[in-house]
Ligand binder design. Structure first.
Ligand code: GDP
Length: 197
């Protein structure tokens, strides 16, 4: 399948399962802790500066945003997690929305893209999200973002820690990435096309 990410357009937001898209087109779902740079990664992939809203405020985050890639597939922006100041009720809304999306009987996810911070060991929430992707049975790509904030000598060790914490085999994709510099963009695009094709 040829996917031209430069031709990505917003389709709709879903705050509940009745608004999910179930038209059988492939869904590439992006997940990550708030502030990890998920919006920046999406904007870098598509070459659009403001497609996904960078730095979006908590409170507006319990919705799934769908973008159409030229009518061939959807880029699905899942709401970020782990934001300290989020209220209990909002956390519960988030949990319900994720559960509904991951467990939908239509099997909505074609490919998961989990974005983690290249500087740190993945959080407990990252591990949970990773396991949800695994349990859903879809292939997954892990993106280690903010690579530009690491010293060259730290890279290998940090990537190994991410692999170890997420219990990833060598053949599972872990892509060092910098949304700031564009590092890893081509590799991520290639990997998405390979896994989605
Ligand atoms: P989101 O909450 O996961 O969508 O994160 P954002 O895309 O809003 O990014 C959070 C902050 O991290 C912003 O200030 C971005 O400019 C910054 N950021 C995102 N990606 C990178 C990166 O690769 N390198 C650096 N240095 N900063 C980044």
């Amino acid at each position: 399948m040829a996917l031209n990410f430069a031709k990505t357009e917003f389709v709709r937001s879903a705050a509940g399962r009745e608004q999910f898209l179930r038209d059988r087109l492939p869904q590439i779902a992006f997940a990550g802790r708030s502030n990890v740079g998920k919006s920046s990664v999406i904007n870098k992939l598509t070459g659009k500066k403001k497609l996904a809203f960078v730095g979006s405020a908590p409170g507006k985050t319990t919705q799934i945003n769908y973008f159409s890639i030229e009518g061939h597939a959807y880029l699905v922006d899942l709401p970020g997690y782990g934001y300290a100041k989020v209220s209990r009720s909002e956390k519960e809304r988030w949990g319900k929305l994720m559960e509904d999306y991951f467990q939908d009987e239509a099997g909505l996810i074609t490919l998961g893209v989990l974005i983690v911070d290249a500087r740190h060991k993945p959080t407990a929430d990252d591990v949970t999200m990773h396991n949800w992707f695994r349990e859903s049975g879809c292939p997954e790509i892990v993106v280690a973002n903010k690579l530009d904030k690491l010293k060259a000598r730290e890279v290998e060790e940090n990537l190994a820690l991410i692999r170890e914490t997420l219990d990833m085999d060598d053949e599972e994709a872990l892509i060092p990435f910098s949304a700031e510099k564009g590092t890893g963009r081509d590799e991520l695009l290639r990997s998405i096309l390979t896994q989605c094709g």
